[in-house]
Every structure is written in structure tokens, then in C-alpha cells.
Design a protein around this ligand. Sequence first.
Ligand code: SAM
Ligand code: SF4
Length: 331
Amino acid sequence: MPLKDGYGRNHDYLRISVTDRCNLRCQYCMGEDGIEQISHDVILSYEDIIRVVEAGAELGISKIRVTGGEPLVRKGIVSLVERIAAVPGITDLAMTTNGILLGRYAEELKQAGLKRVNISLDTLKPDLYHQVTRCGDLDAVLNGIDAALKYNLEPVKLNVVLMKGINEDEVLDFLRLTIDRPLHIRFIEYMPIGDHDCAYRDHYLPLSYIEETAEKAGLNLTPIPLPGGAGPAESYALEGAKGTIGLIHPISKHFCNTCNRLRLTAEGNLKACLYWQDEISVRPVINNKKALQNLIKNVLTSKQASHQMAADGACGSVKPGSMRGMSKTGG
Ligand code: SAM
Ligand code: SF4
């Protein structure tokens, strides 16, 4: 029996935030001093994460994404990947990472069974990268991208959050990155998540900007069939390019009607939607597979039809539903 919610949407995808900690402080994700961290004893153990994956897999979950915070800062992450990959029924295992530590871990992750990575990279300028992430070294990420390609963690996708006044002048540089290397750029709209809605209002740009910029430059974005694991992206390619371009518009063209995701937060709460506050702890039922499976089904019965993130509204008007930052929920 597929895992359906009240709107008939089939759920086969679980995103697991393995930590709320991070080695960067991206401006759109965290405050300058980071976040108030969950104490180590409250973070769900690997044993318990595997229990959730096993229970979910029996209900039809087949795709897992490991995320955070920064997943590669959690100790023993390779062993978790190996254990998830071994769960019967899991056919797709991906990770979202800032790529800083990927040069060190790519080979081991591949051997452990990780299939592919999304690497977050919002600018190709070293100084700006340092500024946006408040401490990051661009060379480390570029090294991580090379390692992901070398060890076939493919398709290698680069997540680029489009930000007015910050990186919109680099759109063509990102588009051209797809020509010579099999890199899949995924532009993402800035979301009013967490408590930085004023920054959101200053920097949000709808992704129609990408299409307009390509057109002005004479670059033809040809629609293509969705590549493996494309999710909600609209996909395009430049002529003769080795990579592709995806546009993910959570705000201007939301894709909630095809949502297939559940989320497990670092402290072990199941969430049916990134936006809404509703979440239920798996801890009370973690040792009872039947009860855990019932809880997974219950989370879905209360899933809302869509989020309520909108581009309009004044500074300070972000709805409480989205106050939990991305690093805490798992992006
Ligand atoms: N640390 C990892 C990374 O940065 O890839 C994984 C966690 S991060 C929260 C996951 C994704 O969420 C990243 O691609 C990041 O760019 C995105 N993200 C964070 N805050 C966002 C926001 N306000 N709007 C859009 N995307 C956001
Ligand atoms: Fe860390 Fe990822 Fe958030 Fe940046 S987006 S602060 S890398 S969790």
C-alpha cells in the first residue's frame, strides 16, 4: 500500500537531517552566531535513524536524502550512509552538502553506497563566497565538486540560491558551467524560512529572472526530460552542454501538488512539510516498528495541501509556520 496523504499524494521520499550543526553560517540560513544548538543527547542516534528508515522502507519509502545542518560534520557519517544503503527497499540515496569536506569524504561515501550529491554554491567569487557563508573557502568547495565528479557521485547537482543584489550578476557564469562538465545547476528561489525575513524581502528574485537573462544573452534554454532524481525542478540544457539547468520555484510557482516528501529533523521529529510547524517525535515509539509505522501514516493524514510562503508582505510578516530555520529542519 503506497504511503498516501489526504490529498492522494504518494510519499516515497524521506529527507533526514542528521545534525543542526554546520561549518558555515550562510546569511539566508543562520544568524551570524549560528543557531542555538540542540544538545548532543537530543540528536537522534544512528541506530534510531536506521529504525525510522527500516519502518519507512516497508511502507514504500525508497528515496533518502541525508542533509542538515552540514551532514559531513557529524562523526561517523560514512557509517550511517553505509547502513542506510543496506536497508532493503532503499534504491536512491543522496546527500545535500556545502561541499567543504567533500574532497576528504567523496571516495568513502561512494564506497559506502551514496549515489549522488547536491552541493550548495551560490557564487563563484572567492570574496563573495566568504561573505555569503561568513567564513567559507571557495577552493574547498571547488575541490569537493571535483571529488564528487571523480568518484561518480552523479548526477552532481549544484544548488544555487538566487539573491538580488548578491549573485544575480553571475547567472550566465553558472549557466556556462554546464557546457564543459557534467554539472547540473539548480537555481532555487530564496525562501522566507527562519527569522531573517527582512533579508528575504531585500534579496528575493523570482526565477523568471534566469530565463530573461539567458534570453538577453542569446543563450537558448531548451526544455529537456527530467534527469534522474530531478524532483520538482523544471529542466533545461544549453545546446551541446554536458550538464543541465534546473529551476526550482518554491515561491513563484510552488510545486506542492506533487510533493512526495517527509522530513526527519535532527532531534527526531517527523514533519510532513518544510513550512508548517506540525511535527511529531518518533522517540516514544522508536522501538516498536508497528507503532512507528502508524506514526508515519498519522503525520501524513494531517499534511496540508500547500505551504504559505509568499513573495508579498512587509518585513516582519513571515508566518510563524516557517520560523524554524532550514539548518534545523534539513533543506
Ligand atoms: N549544509 C548543507 C548545504 O548547505 O548544502 C545542507 C543543509 S542546507 C540547509 C540545504 C539547502 O537549503 C542548501 O542548498 C541551502 O542553499 C538551502 N537553503 C537554506 N536556507 C535557504 C533559504 N532561506 N532559501 C532557499 N534555500 C535555502
Ligand atoms: Fe550550513 Fe547549509 Fe545552512 Fe549554509 S545552508 S549555513 S552550509 S546548513
